[in-house]
Design a protein around this ligand. Structure first.
Ligand SMILES: NC(=O)c1ccc[n+]([C@@H]2O[C@H](COP(=O)([O-])OP(=O)(O)OC[C@H]3O[C@@H](n4cnc5c(N)ncnc54)[C@H](OP(=O)(O)O)[C@@H]3O)[C@@H](O)[C@H]2O)c1
Length: 364
């Protein structure tokens, strides 16, 4: 029998940005969530959504998705954050940079759950970094957070979009074979830098930029925390050494990562492939409205994954792995290339999937 869910009232803060626009699409005709309020900075406040994203000089609409702007949002008024009414909401999604997020998310979490794509609260001991399907048991830390802070709501952040694909592919590896070391080089898309300041065409065209501020530490810390164990009200990070080089490449959407893993015991690529597929087949979020049909896809074609082809797989919600092979430098080494969509599973739609999971667990 089909379960019936009451509609929940949600707001999007940061609605005009790169991730905010993805939220607009991810929540269009959502069966459980209805967008009641949208907000951005004072620059956009009190304008209709379409006017807020229109360049005032050229008139050009700064809508960057291939989907059309959904009708429901076109004429909605973008409000100032101070006009968001938590008492009329069941959930707030935020996609703003961390400095502003720190105050705004804390303010609203006093009254209502906040699901965040920013780093503002990720590293606090009573805040889990959640990837639906990967560390669902860490949700229990949200109750500790509410109690510690005397909040009725909570802040539930997603990881940095570069951590997402790495943690997803590492979960079955760690669980099945153990792992000690990871070396990863990322080739990250331009949309990952957001709209403001974003990446200048002059800098990125015909180029690779070998540095993304703060990114490598974020991936290192977040991977350990997500794959860690929750015990006695805190997360003990996984005992994993993570070293990475994060680069920006001239790709519009989707992060590609070359990963080397030292496993605890020798394992061949076919066995790893099977572990990944078995994990994907049984993933907890399967069947939720925003969940992909295939959570993890392992491709045998040696030319995959590729951003142009794989960003479309399951609407950007699948993590695609390819080039799975033995590594000859580590004693027990496996290496692969992964692709993860930074604005779908890596942020907005992943945040909506997290909301669905929390709703089913009765936390929203
Ligand atoms: N881009 C990605 O792929 C990605 C992936 C994962 C996580 N994230 C994280 O998600 C967050 C948003 O990233 P983004 O790429 O969407 O950035 P963005 O394109 O620069 O958008 C920022 C949004 O925040 C709004 N804003 C700025 N200051 C504000 C304030 N004081 N109060 C309320 N709203 C404010 C902006 O409104 P105006 O238009 O009015 O200025 C805009 O809507 C960041 O923390 C980022 O690290 C991004």
């Amino acid at each position: 029998m089909k379960e019936i869910f009451a509609m929940k009232r949600v707001a999007i803060i940061g609605v005009t940005g790169a991730v905010g626009q993805e939220f607009v699409v991810a929540l269009n005709k959502h069966p459980w969530f209805e967008v009641k309020q949208i907000a951005a900075s004072e620059r956009s406040a009190n304008k209709k959504f379409v006017d807020a994203i229109r360049d005032p000089n050229s008139g050009i609409l700064k809508w960057h998705l291939k989907e059309e702007i959904p009708e429901y949002v076109k004429n909605m008024i973008v409000e100032s954050v101070d006009d968001i009414k938590p008492e009329n909401l069941d959930l707030i999604f935020t996609s703003i940079e961390s400095e502003a997020a720190r105050e705004i998310e804390g303010r609203f979490a006093k009254d209502v759950p906040v699901i965040s794509t920013s780093a503002a609260y990720r590293y606090e001991p009573d805040v889990p970094i959640l990837i639906p399907g990967i560390n669902d048991d860490h949700v229990a830390l949200l109750e500790v957070q509410k109690k510690n802070r005397g909040w009725k709501g909570f802040v539930a952040p997603l990881p940095n979009c570069t951590t997402t694909g790495l943690a997803i592919t590492m979960r079955p590896l760690l669980d099945s074979f153990g792992a000690q070391k990871i070396i990863m080089t990322s080739m990250q898309s331009m949309s990952g830098a957001g709209r403001s300041p974003g990446v200048s065409a002059l800098d990125i065209t015909d180029n690779i930029i070998p540095y993304i501020p703060k990114e490598e530490d974020k991936v290192r810390i977040e991977t350990g925390k997500i794959l860690g164990k929750l015990a006695d009200g805190k997360i003990n990070p996984a005992n994993l050494k993570v070293s990475c080089t994060c680069t920006r490449v001239p790709v519009i959407d989707g992060h590609t990562e070359a990963v080397f893993v030292e496993t605890s015991k020798h394992v061949d690529p076919e066995t790893v492939k099977k572990a990944m597929q078995d994990f994907s087949d049984k993933v907890s979020v399967s069947g939720l409205p925003s969940a992909p049909k295939n959570y993890l896809v392992v491709n045998d074609d040696p030319t995959r994954p590729q951003p142009r082809l794989d960003r479309e797989v399951d609407g950007g919600m699948s993590t695609v792995v390819g080039r799975l092979r033995e590594d000859t430098v580590f004693e027990n080494g496996i290496k692969y290339v992964l692709f993860s969509h930074n604005e779908k599973m890596g942020s907005a739609k992943g945040a909506v999937l997290l909301a669905e999971m929390l709703y089913k667990k009765g936390l929203i």
